[in-house]
Design a protein. Structure first.
Length: 194
């Protein structure tokens, strides 16, 4: 088997896992089902991933690596705090709308034991990665632009509503256009500014 074939099988397994976990949740997507969707033998998955937890963690890392460059495109740390918040919020909401499978996986991940520890480490700055959100909030608090809440509350007030609105768009309860996206992000800003 060539390196290309191995890479293709690995990518098929990752794609199948994303689809099935987004559709059925972590527990509703056993490895055998992922293997069937990826069109590989059940044992083949274990050549690439030690277990399901490793597959889920790698899938999350892949999505993070895919999402952050999109969100940060055109972002400038030199701009005012509000403008940076609006940029990040609208980019994040657009990403979720344009990538509903990614959103559904990420939402489950962050609300599961898999994601709770990861989220805590990101908020506390223990885990490296895209720290732009945490840095923006810390700077906003230090400059007395944002309410002096714990970072977890600022994250919840900012991104909790964005996740709920993205979910409602994906489920067809609302159709978000560019105006509604900006208004929604501005409303989140209004909730955290002093």
């Amino acid at each position: 088997m060539s390196k290309h074939d191995k890479h293709d099988k690995r990518e098929e397994i990752v794609r199948a896992a994303l689809e099935l976990i987004a559709e059925h949740g972590f527990h509703g997507a056993p490895m055998a089902m992922i293997a069937e969707r990826a069109n590989v033998g059940a044992g083949t998955i274990y050549r690439y991933f030690e277990n399901k937890d490793v597959l889920i963690a790698e899938l999350y890392q892949n999505l993070e690596a895919k999402m952050y460059p999109v969100i940060l495109e055109g972002y400038s740390a030199d701009k005012p705090t509000r403008e940076r918040f609006i940029h990040l919020g609208t980019a994040l909401l657009r990403y979720f709308i344009e990538n509903p499978l990614d959103f559904r996986f990420l939402e489950q991940f962050h609300n599961s034991p898999f994601g709770a520890e990861h989220r805590r480490d990101k908020i506390l700055g223990v885990k490296d990665g895209c720290d732009v959100f945490r840095e923006l909030f810390e700077e906003g608090i230090a400059r007395q632009i944002l309410k002096e809440f714990p970072l977890s509350i600022l994250f919840s007030l900012s991104f909790g509503p964005l996740a709920a609105v993205a979910r409602d768009h994906i489920l067809g309860f609302v159709v978000l256009n560019e105006v509604l996206i900006v208004w929604t992000v501005e409303a989140c800003w209004d909730g955290i500014k002093r």
